[in-house]
Design a protein. Structure first.
Length: 762
């Protein structure tokens, strides 16, 4: 939201008051309190008829400093994001000239009775700053609304990322962004997952602790600053210092909630009925058996909306005309070694038998006059489950638990964005503006906890569309309704990388695109998106009106699907180890290039390729000519598909190459150990037995990696040493028939692991 008319003037409708100095500061335990009037106080008369901002400075996590700005002391009806206070060691000082708070390597300085500023410093170097007149208490004369504003400085070459799932430019500089969850598809400025948190290329992040709409002007209204503002009389934000992106994300998730590790089986292929297609028990089993006949491993089958009767969503009961024996069908699917997911959302249609039950018990969101808040968007007479009511939450969870006990393994938690804010009354009195985005956290948390209770903590996973801060604790999320074309495939990746830089670990998307239009996706698009999808953390075939089974396209699509399902399953010892460590540290499995190559200025704008874990580079192909344009940071890279070796100078290298329809750049960086099992039939198996150990372009010295089990626990380690032309490998916890492959320059050599050791002479 913009308030100014150029650099010098305000827009006519706005009055802006800014703190001009810190008049007084004091230490209160581990907190710094400051009083900042809207003009410099030079006489007693200046203390009259003068507004002020009160600042409260805290540190809940080491290297994280929180700033709360308050004008009037207004009641906050909530909800509020959960903030974890780890009680770090904090140093607070106040002298005649400067007040300061130090947390770890991050220091905030406030000059006293001088021009107002807040300087965030590390090792006496400026991280970012709120300069004079950056903060503002703003009054709109026309609407009578009040706003609070902050602006933090940007360096000349600084780039800003994150702010949730954003489908436009990967770098956010120059953009205006409102964090307001909307069901707007993947081709507009709207987003399903809005996170008021951004990361800077300079090694810090900023989390704005406001659940309601926050408007960001990223080098747009003021081209040298990131501005954020929100309606009301207060504004809370945290500056999070790294200095690496990995450390910023770690501290952000320490602050707002850890990333939970999904079960290993969820990393396999999910096959959906698609949305509006006709399907019954016969159709479902035909698809599952068709995958088996073509030797394509499948881990999850998903029933979309029409597992229930139309006009009754969500009634949470099977349509007995299409599925007369749901328990029997679930057993048949489980007997084939496949998990089951069913679709739901938190809305209840008036035609559903659940509607009257929920209405009579007061479990639906109401209007101010006490009526149930309803509309006809999506389903006729939709009502909304009110998760601020503990009894409503339990009631909803009990319905889900019945399905889980029947044999359902997880839920696709669709929607959660269209939450009303006008003429609304929540059970606990929550402010509708704050509840709008926060609702998705309550919804997905309720579903996730129900699965935890019935299936166990290690089995809990949802497939969610909407998100806000804290939702990273309830994975997995997918990218929403994309179009079936190459541009939308590219936009989907940009949205995913932006989302994953916002504190999330795992992400998926509809392989082939969701919206088919008048025709299904082309076979070429389907194959290219399959490659991208199976080289994502989670992989699901799903569409609108066309079945997404590969033989519905062509025989080459079948071959392509099998190749990349097999590849992903073979890589699970590597992927699940990376996933476990990443989740523990608060980092994504799929990560932008600059997270791994922070010293390479060529990677900071790159949103069309990514690192799959720390060792594998993936560059999806976004055209029907097979043309790839991708960047390699300095070093030696080896294709995991055909062992082609690429050499990039220290300064990096752009590559233009044409690939056949079954290939793309999937490259392992030098000095990597990749553990695989090419005989894997599912995503969940023993990652330490009968595996192949691949050593890629080992450098002089020692490199090691750990391997986890299906519970995400470290159970094995591999250590490789190179001294000149001699290479040795030692393992701990690896058992069975083990082959070791050495990829050295253009050569590939192999050896058996005997007594946990192998040696090569190159």
């Amino acid at each position: 939201m913009k308030f100014t008319n150029g650099y010098w003037m305000n827009r006519e409708e706005f009055n802006i008051d800014s703190p001009m100095e810190i008049y007084e500061a004091k230490k209160v335990d581990n907190t710094l309190k400051a009083f900042a009037p809207f003009k410099k106080v030079e006489s007693r008369g200046d203390q009259l008829n003068l507004g002020a901002t009160t600042l409260t400075i805290t540190s809940p996590v080491e290297n994280v400093i929180g700033v709360k700005l308050e004008h009037f002391d207004s009641d906050d009806h909530g909800p509020r994001f959960k903030i974890n206070d780890l009680k770090p060691s904090v140093k607070v000082d106040v002298d005649k000239c400067v007040a300061s708070l130090q947390s770890g390597d991050l220091r905030l300085e406030l000059p006293l009775k001088q021009d107002f500023s807040l300087k965030f410093l590390s090792d006496k170097k400026l991280v970012t700053e709120s300069p004079l007149k950056a903060q503002g208490v703003i009054y709109d004369r026309e609407t009578k609304k009040s706003y609070m504003r902050e602006q933090l400085s940007m360096d000349i070459d600084e780039k800003i990322y994150g702010l949730g799932e954003r489908f436009g430019n990967f770098v956010k500089n120059g953009q205006s962004i409102d964090t307001w969850n909307q069901d707007g598809g993947t081709g507009s400025e709207q987003a399903y997952k809005n996170i008021p948190f951004y990361i800077s290329s300079r090694g810090y992040g900023v989390f704005v602790d406001e659940p309601q709409k926050v408007s960001f002007e990223v080098g747009s209204e003021n081209v040298d600053r990131v501005q954020f503002s929100t309606e009301g009389q207060s504004l809370q934000y945290y500056v999070i210092y790294g200095p690496t992106t990995q450390e910023v994300l770690h501290r952000y998730t320490q602050l707002t909630g850890k990333i939970n590790l999904p079960p290993a089986w969820s990393f396999g292929l999910w096959l959906s009925t698609s949305f509006t297609t006709d399907y019954s028990e016969e159709t479902v089993l035909k698809f599952i058996d068709g995958m088996k006949e073509r030797h394509i491993p499948l881990d999850v089958f998903h029933f979309d909306c029409f597992w229930q009767k139309g006009f009754e969503w969500c009634t949470l009961n099977w349509d007995k005309e299409q599925f007369p024996d749901p328990e029997g069908l679930l057993r048949k699917i489980h007997d084939r070694g496949i998990k089951v997911c069913v679709w739901l959302n938190p809305y209840i249609a008036q035609k559903s038998l659940l509607f009257k039950e929920a209405k009579d018990k007061g479990y639906l969101i109401k209007r101010q006059n006490g009526d149930v808040w309803q509309w006809d968007l999506w389903q006729a007479g939709n009502g909304f489950v009110d998760f601020t009511n503990p009894d409503a939450k339990k009631w909803y969870q009990d319905k889900l638990k019945d399905l889980l006990k029947m044999g359902v393994d997880c839920f696709k938690t669709d929607f959660g964005e269209r939450i009303p804010v006008d003429d609304v009354k929540f059970f606990d009195g929550s402010n509708p503006q704050q509840e709008h985005n926060y609702y998705t956290l309550q919804y997905n948390q309720a579903v996730y906890e129900a699965i935890e209770e019935i299936k166990g903590k290690e089995e809990a996973v949802v497939f969610a569309r909407s998100a806000t801060t804290g939702s990273q604790s309830y994975p997995v999320h997918w990218g929403g309704d994309c179009l079936s074309n190459y541009s939308s495939m590219r936009d989907t990746l940009r949205g995913g990388l932006s989302f994953l830089l916002s504190g999330f670990g795992f992400w998926s998307h509809d392989i082939g695109g969701f919206e088919d239009g008048d025709d299904r996706p082309t076979a070429d698009l389907y194959k290219r998106w399959t490659q991208f999808g199976l080289l994502s953390s989670h992989s699901r075939y799903h569409g609108s009106n066309v079945y997404r089974v590969p033989w519905n396209f062509d025989e080459e699509a079948v071959k392509n699907t099998k190749r990349y399902v097999d590849l992903k399953l073979s890589l699970m010892p590597y992927l699940y180890t990376q996933a476990s460590h990443s989740a523990h540290f608060g980092n994504p499995l799929m990560r932008p290039m600059f997270m791994e190559f922070a010293d390479d200025p060529n990677v900071y704008d790159n949103g069309t390729q990514y690192m799959f874990g720390s060792q594998i580079l993936v560059a999806p192909i976004f055209n029907d000519q097979g043309k790839a344009h991708f960047y390699l940071p300095g070093g030696t890279w080896t294709s995991i598909l055909d062992n082609q070796v690429y050499q990039a100078p220290e300064s990096g290298k752009w590559v233009n190459q044409k690939f056949d329809k079954l290939s793309l750049p999937v490259l392992v960086r030098e000095n990597s150990i990749i553990v695989r099992n090419e005989k894997a039939a599912h995503a969940s198996y023993n990652y330490t037995k009968d595996v192949d150990i691949h050593l890629y372009q080992l450098q002089e010295g020692i490199v090691s990696t750990k391997v986890v089990d299906i519970h995400g626990q470290d159970v094995a380690q591999i250590i490789a040493k190179r001294k000149g032309d001699k290479i040795s490998v030692e393992t701990k916890g690896i058992t069975g028939d083990i082959n070791v492959y050495l990829h050295d320059s253009e050569l590939i050599e192999s050896a058996k692991l005997i007594n946990n050791k192998a040696e090569f002479v190159v």
